[in-house]
Design a protein around this ligand. Structure first.
Ligand SMILES: [Zn+2]
Length: 64
């Protein structure tokens, strides 16, 4: 399932059954490998203030 996840300064998208946890690495739809930080997880008090990754956005739209 496709989901959005903020990591390393951008809001990336990934395809996976679970949202990544802090310190977990994932490969975003744009091809970048990024690591999730605690501040990237809303359940842990994080906020998604970072801009959407354009590569992930077009990859997301291509899959719909
Ligand atoms: Zn991306």
């Amino acid at each position: 399932m496709l989901r959005w996840q903020q990591a390393e300064g951008k809001r990336h998208a990934l395809d996976g059954p679970f949202p990544p946890r802090p310190d977990e690495r994932f490969e975003a739809l744009c091809g970048e490998e990024v690591t999730v930080a605690v501040r990237d997880v809303p359940q842990l008090g994080g906020h998604w203030f970072d801009p959407t990754c354009t590569g992930c956005e077009s990859a997301w739209l291509a899959r719909c």
